[in-house]
Design a protein around this ligand. Structure first.
Ligand SMILES: Cc1cc2nc3c(=O)[nH]c(=O)nc-3n(C[C@H](O)[C@H](O)[C@H](O)COP(=O)(O)OP(=O)(O)OC[C@H]3O[C@@H](n4cnc5c(N)ncnc54)[C@H](O)[C@@H]3O)c2cc1C
Length: 435
């Protein structure tokens, strides 16, 4: 009696690990490096496809609470992230390769997990199958999933930001700092005056883009909007968005600039940086021109270009349960971005839920539903109960948790109480369910 997990990304790696640590034998199928995707660049399991940030790490933030819960439940992926952490102020950012290496080693060295490097073109047979093939699930398998579920996929556009080398940034122009001087000064800041800002915005509006052809209609995911699309929304949209200068005082002049492009450390050696909020669909030549318009990046060496692609997910409110199991086929589970959760840690969380419940299914035990007042439970509850006609992928946020019994006006206090309630609830749940 064993399990099959398809997809060795963030969700699939976590699901395989959770199954194995409960004594279940796992066959994990990952097609890379033999079959590439449009976004991955290696054969590592758990490769991060864009940003190296897993977002905020403090439980004052819903993303921080979700991480706390994953750590509490012995998540393999969170453990790998903690071990490969690089400085990023209040965020959990990781050395990209060190992180993927740690996930790969964690999975491959487990005696109960066999990793097969193979593309599957249909849902495999087996007592328990977890599909975690992500937003770039390959065509034949995607068709088979649609056939089995009896509903079409939903789509949106997603984009990634370019990566540049540290040594190509002109530090005579840029400076190290952190917003509001919080934590250590881990970001490189490139300042723009008002004139430079508007030249950049005009360029972004008119630059040539490459938008992949897709079947049907797609919309943008608001949390990952291409920078040129933001520029089109209004001349100051970027100045109030990713280029906002608030809390960034140039130590050389004591002044605040009109706008600031921030670069985040991408690896432990601090040799690579990604442009925060600069996910883009511009063609490569235009991305090179864009750099020349950002002070400090005029000679930046791009080691990975930004790109845009289609992102597909299943119609979870119709076909999925909060346990990760498919409504029509109890031995078939889904995990990760494919289910309509959005983001790295959200994908890990849904992989963890599928792994825990997959093991219970094989042992003949009833599945567990995470309490909705926990971040994991709130997220899972949302994707299966959202309004089906307008179902959109979601990041974790406080709005997914039920409101407190007594209204708390102050946001900071409210969030602290939500986090405390979640913590208590998860502890009790873990004890009562023996997880
Ligand atoms: C370009 C891009 C940029 C993104 N940027 C961010 C970001 O910056 N921050 C963020 O939080 N989230 C981001 N996301 C969203 C999401 O968090 C990631 O896609 C995340 O990797 C999802 O995890 P997953 O495990 O569901 O899928 P993946 O990590 O993509 O894993 C799926 C795995 O399945 C494999 N696979 C696919 N089809 C088959 C098949 N037929 N047979 C065998 N193996 C198969 C793939 O090779 C892959 O390894 C981005 C997504 C994309 C596509």
């Amino acid at each position: 009696m064993g399990a099959i997990v398809v997809g060795g990304g963030l969700a699939g790696s976590e699901a395989a690990w959770q199954l194995a640590r409960q004594g279940i034998e796992v066959d994990l199928y990952e097609m890379r490096p033999h079959v590439p995707t449009a976004a991955h660049h290696s054969g590592w399991l758990g490769e991060l496809v864009c940003s190296n940030s897993l977002r905020a790490d403090s439980p004052e933030n819903a993303a921080g609470l979700l991480k706390e819960e994953l750590r509490f439940l012995n998540s393999l992926v969170l453990n790998a992230a903690d071990r490969s952490r690089v400085p990023a102020g209040g965020a959990l950012a990781v050395d990209r390769e060190g992180f993927a290496r740690a996930v790969t080693e964690g999975v491959s060295s487990h005696p109960l997990i066999r990793v097969h490097r193979k593309e599957l073109d249909r849902i495999p047979g087996g007592d328990l199958v977890i599909l975690a093939t992500g937003p770039l699930t390959t065509g034949l398998l995607a068709k088979d999933i649609q056939r089995r579920l009896g509903t079409g996929y939903l789509h949106f556009f997603d984009a990634a930001a370019p990566l540049v080398t540290a040594e190509s940034v002109n530090m005579a122009v840029a400076w190290w700092g952190a917003r509001y001087d919080k934590g250590t000064p881990d970001y490189i800041n490139c300042p723009l005056d008002e004139g430079q800002y508007h030249v950049l915005v005009d360029f972004l509006i008119n630059a040539t883009r490459h938008i992949p052809k897709i079947e049907g209609e797609s919309s943008y995911f608001e949390g990952c909007m291409p920078v040129e699309e933001m520029a089109r929304r209004g001349p100051l949209t970027l100045a109030y968005g990713p280029l906002k200068p608030v809390g960034l005082i140039d130590p050389r002049t004591g002044k605040r600039h009109f706008a600031v492009v921030q670069l985040r450390i991408d690896n432990r050696q601090r040799s690579l940086f990604n442009l925060v909020g600069f996910q883009t669909s511009l063609i490569h030549a235009e991305q090179r021109r864009m750099m020349t318009l950002i002070p400090g990046l005029e000679d930046a060496e791009i080691v990975r270009y930004g790109m845009m692609h289609q992102n597909s997910y299943i119609h979870s409110p119709v076909v999925l349960q909060a346990t990760g199991a498919c409504r029509q086929a109890p031995g078939l589970f889904f995990a990760g971005q494919l289910t309509g959760v959005e983001g790295y840690i959200e994908s890990v969380a849904s992989g963890l839920v599928a792994g825990i419940n997959g093991a219970r299914f094989l042992r003949g035990q009833p599945a567990v539903m995470f309490p909705p007042e926990t971040a994991i439970g709130g997220l899972m509850d949302y994707i299966v109960t959202a309004e089906p006609d307008h179902f959109q992928p979601t990041n974790i946020n406080w709005g997914l948790l039920p409101p407190l019994e007594k209204r708390v006006k102050q946001k900071k206090q409210r969030n602290a109480q939500l986090a405390m309630r979640a913590r208590r609830s998860l502890q009790a749940f873990r004890q009562s369910e023996g997880i």
